[in-house]
Design a binder for this molecule. Sequence first.
Ligand code: BTN
Length: 229
Amino acid sequence: MPSGLKRIHLDETESTNDICLNELNNSDIPILVTADMQTKGRGRNEKEWNSPKGNLYFSFGFTRHNLINGLSVKVGLILAESLQQILKKNVLLKWPNDLFYLNKKVGGILVETSSMNNIFKIVIGIGVNLQLSDSNKQWGNLEINTDIDKVTEQIIEMLSSKLFVFLEDDLDEDWSNRWTNLCIHNEKEIMLESNNEELFFMGINHDGQLIGKKKDDKILFVNESSISF
Ligand code: BTN
């Protein structure tokens, strides 16, 4: 665990993102909150995040004077590369920040920000389904059958260290190529859910924007939407 990072672990909580935001209201020290399970886990687009025991619930909070371009997209790459390194499984990315394994979503990222007097409190919430019981099998998971506590701790260690370094140095220049190489819908037809527009996915740029080619060959840069493919 990086020194200078405060860590809180809870057996159960409503949402690790809430605990993290609360902590940042009282202190500027970067904070990591993890939990065994959540009772009111939140996903993107006001969806619920199903959070039974046996999975990763991880929130990393910090304070800054500026926002980071493409933050959640960059975090997706850090997460996918960490999971590949630890689990040796083919974990892939779907824009903007979903994690896929065997064609099912297994993880996601919810970045929440509050600001006052030009100081931003930023929380990166990460949920990854590591193993699920039969009653939850409609969701994808990484099918971890070995010592789940050990694997979870390895992921938490690697993620928090990489995020800590990332906040200091940002990612290398080639990050968007690395992202595109792990993308499950690269060079495929996709549809923007915000307006049902169909595009040919060409990759992402340095700000994490989607680069899409329209039917009339015009190039479009997209900031925030969900896509289907
Ligand atoms: C998504 O919709 O894809 C994002 C899911 C993010 C879930 C994580 S679990 C830890 C943190 N706490 C929450 O309530 N949500 C995030």
